[in-house]
Design a protein. Structure first.
Length: 154
């Protein structure tokens, strides 16, 4: 089995990576894990051109390495092997292309959980991935904070 762990470098990446580690026994054998970060392209091509190709490439590489490091740290601590890769482009499209090219069986990603209204206004990466990718996607959300159980009235 091949699993793509989508990484954006946030706490939600760490939560998704930890969820995968915590449930690795779900799989008959340890899966091949691909950690992938997709960096959005520079929004202003003119500014990117003035900065120079090398500077833009260095920026994308450094930002992507930082985003990947969040998940890598969790997997290293658990003793799990992985492949890290980064791309530049539109997230859902790039993840779909990567998954198709490498026969990925499952995508795991954290969700910021902004809710339906924010997703409508801003567009949700998770929603776009669900609509675009042709493989199953496991969305890992931060567990809600549990309140203490009510004290019994004895």
């Amino acid at each position: 089995m091949k699993i793509l762990l989508a990484a954006d470098g946030s706490a939600f990446t760490r939560i998704a990576a930890q969820h995968l580690v915590n449930h690795i026994e779900w799989f008959a054998k340890v899966p091949e894990i691909h950690i992938v970060h997709v960096h959005p392209p520079m929004p202003y091509p003119g500014a990117a051109a003035r900065a120079g190709k090398a500077a833009v490439a260095k920026y994308h590489r450094e930002e992507s390495e930082g985003a990947l490091a969040v998940a890598e740290k969790v997997l290293v601590k658990a003793g799990l092997a992985y492949i890290s890769y980064w791309l530049v482009g539109e997230v859902a499209r790039e993840l779909a292309t990567y998954a198709r090219a490498r026969d990925i069986d499952l995508v795991v990603m954290g969700s910021h959980g902004h809710g339906a209204l924010a997703s409508l206004a801003l567009g949700s990466v998770a929603t776009k991935c669900i609509a675009t990718l042709e493989v199953p996607i496991m969305i890992v959300r931060k567990a809600p904070r549990r309140k203490s159980p009510p004290k019994s009235a004895l």
